[in-house]
Design a protein. Structure first.
Length: 359
């Protein structure tokens, strides 16, 4: 009588074990799906942050905020080497601790992590201990994970997350954090070109205008406040002739006069730069072509009817001749593509052409 009961109990236990394993497997599957959804959401937010019309530093700070919110990280800090020193690009840690946080590459416990391109997890066992890199602080962080950052096998800095609880990251899935780290690297790699443009922006000596690079950084930030704008490129078609037949000094005077006149006669939200050589660009932010045509025509007529006199010799003078190309720009599209088409048109146009062409 006991044997059948035992057999039934064993079968029941086995069924329960199989059922529990099945339930556990489903829970893990749901967790993985949920994690993938979270990761996908973060990647989408990253891409949105990259696309925003803001500086590189602002984008990196936005990305760090996304990490803190989506993954409920207590402290997150991104540190990048700028070629001369390490600087904190984003952090929600009080600034009084930044000196320690941007010197972690010198801490022995992280040196192997950097050389081997692997994460390093450190923690304390009680509230009386402190992490190796902490100099004056005791209560803020009790556990941390350090991730070295590499772009094309070149070490560029690190990402460190911290918690105020000992052993808080013991059960964290490092592979998930590695994916996040890779996304951070992707973002840094994507915005490095923009950072270069922001760095090399300069002002032209004669016109006093920003160079072409300004358009793709701070200038674009202004332009993209509006859904639609008009981009206008013009060329001083007889500048080379003035330089050759009259003097280079007169040519410089022509550039100075035209630049000064336009600067004094456009609205603040418009962006005006010296594009290259005899070519200039005016971005009429938030204005459609129909609203620009009349102004450009008046501008062209005014400048071409003004004789510009050489400051070196008042007997020498010249009338500038301008050729215009205008196009519609939509926020988020390729500004550089429009400019390239306008430049090609103006460079290939007949030297005597002096018109306003809608491209």
């Amino acid at each position: 009588m006991l044997i059948p009961i035992v057999i039934i109990l064993i079968i029941a236990v086995l069924i329960l074990i199989v059922y529990n394993l099945s339930i556990h497997k489903k829970i893990q599957t749901y967790k993985n799906i949920n994690q993938k959804i979270t990761n996908l959401s973060v990647v989408q937010d990253f891409m949105s942050a990259i696309g925003e019309t803001s500086t590189v530093d602002e984008k990196i700070k936005k990305i760090n905020d996304i990490l803190i919110e989506k993954y409920e990280i207590k402290y997150s800090t991104i540190v990048v080497f700028n070629g001369a020193e390490y600087e904190i690009k984003a952090s929600n840690v009080d600034e009084r601790h930044w000196d320690a946080l941007k010197s972690l590459q010198d801490v022995d416990i992280f040196k192997d992590s950097i050389s081997q391109a692997t994460p390093k997890y450190i923690t304390v066992n009680n509230d009386k201990e402190r992490l190796p890199y902490q100099q004056m602080e005791f209560g803020r962080a009790k556990s941390a994970i350090f991730f070295p950052l590499y772009i094309d096998n070149v070490y560029i800095g690190y990402w460190i997350i911290e918690s105020g609880t000992p052993h808080d990251f013991d059960n964290v899935d490092i592979t998930v954090l590695e994916v996040i780290k890779d996304n951070i690297v992707s973002v840094l790699k994507t915005v490095v070109h923009q950072k270069t443009l922001e760095t090399i922006v300069r002002k032209d000596l004669f016109s006093g205008l920003y160079s072409e690079e300004y358009l793709y950084g701070a200038g674009r930030k202004i332009i993209d406040q509006y859904t639609t704008s008009t981009i206008c490129m013009f060329r001083i078609t007889n500048l080379e002739e003035i330089n050759h037949k009259c003097s280079r000094e007169l040519g410089n005077n022509v550039i100075e006069h035209i630049s000064e006149y336009i600067k004094n006669n456009i609205a603040e939200q418009y962006v005006f730069v010296r594009y290259m050589g005899p070519k200039f660009v005016i971005a009429f932010s938030g204005v459609e072509i129909n609203g620009v045509a009349g102004y450009v025509n008046d501008l062209k007529e005014k400048i071409e009817n003004t004789k510009i006199i050489s400051e070196e010799n008042e007997k020498i003078g010249a009338y500038p001749r301008l050729n215009f190309a205008i196009s519609t720009y939509y926020k988020g599209t390729g500004l550089e593509t429009i400019l390239k088409k306008q430049e090609e048109y103006l460079d290939n146009a007949d030297i005597n052409e002096s018109d306003i062409t809608n491209i």
